[in-house]
Design a protein around this ligand. Sequence first.
Ligand code: BGC
Length: 383
Amino acid sequence: MADLHERPELLIAQLQDVTGAYPASPTFSAYRGYSWFRDGAFIADGASAAASAAARRASGAGAASADALADSADRFFSWCARTIGGLAADIEAIAAAAESGEPLPDAAMPPTRFRFDGTPGDDDWWDFQLDGYGTWLWALEAHVARHARDAAPYASAVVSTVRLLVSSWHRPCFDWWEEHDEHRHVSTLGCVGAGLEAAVRLGVLPTQLASQARAAAQEIRALVLAQGVRDGHLVKWLGSREVDGSLSALIAPLGWIEPGSELARATLDAVHRDLEVDGGVHRFVDDTFFGGGQWPLLSCFLGLAELAAGDRDEAERLLAWARSTATEDGMVPEQVDRHLLAPEREQEWIDRWGTVATPLLWSHAMVARLEAALAAQPAEVDR
Ligand code: BGC
């Protein structure tokens, strides 16, 4: 077996459930047994991009692992389509209520994470997060384009997801970090906007829904530019001043913000200034989760954005830091405690949930994704 230090993506196919679901973390008490659209979409995108990278350098075993990775992404997207199929009636009720001017309450909105069989599970969670519903559409379209897949089998799930997003994108909801459901988060809006634009490109939407998706995507962009920018950079939520580590993702791999733009540059500069220490990136300045450590997946998003903006050295520096967080047996964690923002808050989380989620599949995927992007340059423009 190739070493996980060299090929962090190999863990993705290894840990994928037979249903196609990706476990967020196989061992961490609070995540065990659940799959998220957010984590899963980025994991599938990592597998899909790593498959292309493996195919390019491949012969023999390499080609087989390329096929296995692309196939893993297919199986995840099929799982998403089945899971959304199970929510289709609820989504129609949500869309109909919104259209009638009496939107359903947050408690009736679809879940954030699912059991591997596609059911929501019974544990309480910070439900109602829209970003993953956008991100899976974006990742699906990227995969379909990258590996010349047929989008038709996904049509009804894409339609349902677009119905949900068109009717509800403007609602406040929990963010990537499952916090602050009183706000409208710029990363969430960007994921939804990117997902709607990708859904249109997939070419499976009925004409009227495609126009609604285009219109909603334009409104989202206009809203973010009007209320989600301060001092020239994107901010954490509409009206705030701070940045969030997740914002880099909107520049790459999502490409929702043009990587060469002044807005991208100012956003990345602010993320470096406020959240990056020696290559490790914090989620946000007030983070106290496990003491508020540094997240390798966020270093990789920052690296992807820097690479897309043309700074390969910076991308390599951030990748090296992310790789340095792997345990001896090659497991990449959710975060590390080399630099904590709130050291006094670390122990309470260890007491509550055990030590930091290790491995976190999303972390593995982002290391692989940045490696694939570096390997592809300049042959393939990052997308
Ligand atoms: C993070 C989420 C993530 C989940 C599963 C949470 O702690 O805030 O972004 O989706 O873990 O990995």
